[in-house]
Design a binder for this molecule. Structure first.
Ligand code: ADP
Ligand code: MG
Length: 419
């Protein structure tokens, strides 16, 4: 059986102003979808609308083209199970009884649960590591234990679709990955659709096929983790600067938070710095100056260059040429445009060949325009000149025209203070 879920033009409000507006999304059988967004963006409300717990004021939710509001509770519960954000249970049931409740949608009105149901309950409790808790009262369990029991109840429901609302908020990290590994197994082996609200963006990126990013009740972006978890999108929606790199094992986008000072809105002393680098020569410079909160641009770098990767992870503007191609006139001009707009140009310790000699000309252009320029080197120019002397010639002119040569970080920072 294949059950596709469609949310069509859904608008919802609790009181006057809409909490969800014009939500349109189709989720196919077997998808593993994450819903992300800041607190109050409407994630839980969306889950509750999908589950027919709340009724939209406009639009609708369809399960295989059937409006869920026309379906019985029981029928919905045979297709969809929910692990809500708040799992507190007001009544005094044992964990076993709670999980057995997951079987109710599959029983006819006067039918009692049988050995098959008991088997399913046992399996569900084993899967979620909650069998040991079976005789305990749900009211006396810790948040994490209760979560596992509620998860087992959802499993016992044998749903086509499972909706999870921040299921791991109470759990310690090893159990977080256990829950999501379990979801992934059920997703792959039973083709169960998983729709999870995730607080932790790195978990979202690691497990989900695609992400729905909500901002103030609207879909800001839908797409693969790489398309959604960009520095720009996170800045726009969460209002904070982050670093996006790659997860060391599976290559999914990995988000790191930055110290507050980089995020501070106090721009006093923050400069526009253009760095001419390449091949990793600017790597430490980029990180140093970025961490001090300066606005950094780079150019011209080849696509795939390590400096270019570093810059991209930080969401910086880079003038980029195709991999292994010489700097074209067009990119050179773009580079000059950025230089014209800077407070300081830094020429890093780059080897120069025919392909990137235009970058040296760009540095010369900076000094000619009276833009402060610093040569941050280490290795003598003659040893990194692969142009037969042309690069060294330009390099010396740059020095003659007033670029300051510095060797140490400290000197560079002192220069910055004089600007
Ligand atoms: P999220 O799960 O993304 O944190 P919610 O869906 O819980 O966001 O809430 C979205 C908005 O709706 C918030 O502004 C919240 O204050 C409001 N809200 C949530 N539940 C209720 C409610 N029962 N009554 C009124 N407003 C609510
Ligand atoms: Mg919520």
């Amino acid at each position: 059986m294949s059950i596709n879920l469609k949310v069509h033009n859904l608008t919802f409000r609790y009181q006057s102003s809409p909490v969800l507006e014009g939500i349109d999304v189709e989720i196919k059988k077997g998808d593993f979808v994450g819903i992300i967004g800041p607190n109050g963006s409407g994630k839980s409300t969306l889950i509750k609308n999908i589950n027919a717990f709340l009724k939209p004021v406009e639009g609708a939710v369809f399960l295989d083209d059937e409006n869920i509001l026309k379906m019985s509770r029981q029928k919905i519960a045979r297709s969809m199970a929910v692990v809500p954000q708040d799992t507190s249970v007001g009544f005094n049931f044992t964990a076993y009884e709670i999980v057995m409740m997951g079987r109710v949608p599959h029983l006819t009105r006067f039918q009692k649960e049988g050995p098959q149901d008991e088997k399913i309950v046992r399996e569900a409790m084993d899967l979620t590591n909650s069998w040991d808790l079976k005789d305990r009262s749900i009211t006396e369990l810790s948040g994490g234990e209760r979560q596992r029991v509620i998860l087992a109840r959802a499993m016992a429901q044998e749903p086509q679709i499972i909706l999870l609302d921040e299921p791991t908020a109470f759990l310690d990290i090893s159990y977080q990955t256990e829950v999501f590994d379990l979801m992934r197994t059920l997703n792959r082996e039973k083709n169960m659709t998983v729709i999870a609200v995730l607080h932790d963006l790195n978990l979202a990126s690691q497990y989900c096929d695609y992400l729905i990013l909500l901002k103030a009740g609207k879909i800001f972006k839908i797409g693969t983790p790489s398309a959604v978890m960009t520095v720009e999108n996170i800045q726009e929606v969460y209002g904070t600067k982050v670093i996006i790199s790659e997860h060391p094992i599976n290559g999914t986008p990995y988000l790191s938070l930055l110290p507050k000072r980089i995020n501070s809105h106090n721009h006093a002393g923050k400069k526009k710095i253009h760095i001419i680098g390449g091949g990793g020569s600017a790597n430490t410079l980029i990180k140093l100056l970025y961490s001090l909160g300066h606005h950094i641009t780079l150019g011209v770098l080849n696509g795939g260059d390590t400096d270019s990767e570093t810059a991209r992870n930080l969401g910086l503007s880079v003038v980029e040429e195709l991999p292994f191609s010489p700097v074209s006139e067009e990119k050179h001009q773009e580079n000059l445009g950025m230089i014209k707009d800077s407070d300081l140009v830094i020429l890093a310790n780059v080897p120069f060949g025919k392909g990137n000699i235009k970058n040296l000309e760009a540095a010369e252009y900076a000094v000619e325009q009276g833009i402060p320029a610093v040569i941050y080197d280490g290795l003598e120019i003659t040893r990194r000149d692969f142009t037969g002397g042309e690069a060294a010639g330009i390099f010396h002119r740059i020095k003659e025209k007033g670029a300051r040569e510095v060797l140490l970080e400290k000197e560079l920072l002192e220069t910055l203070e004089t600007l």
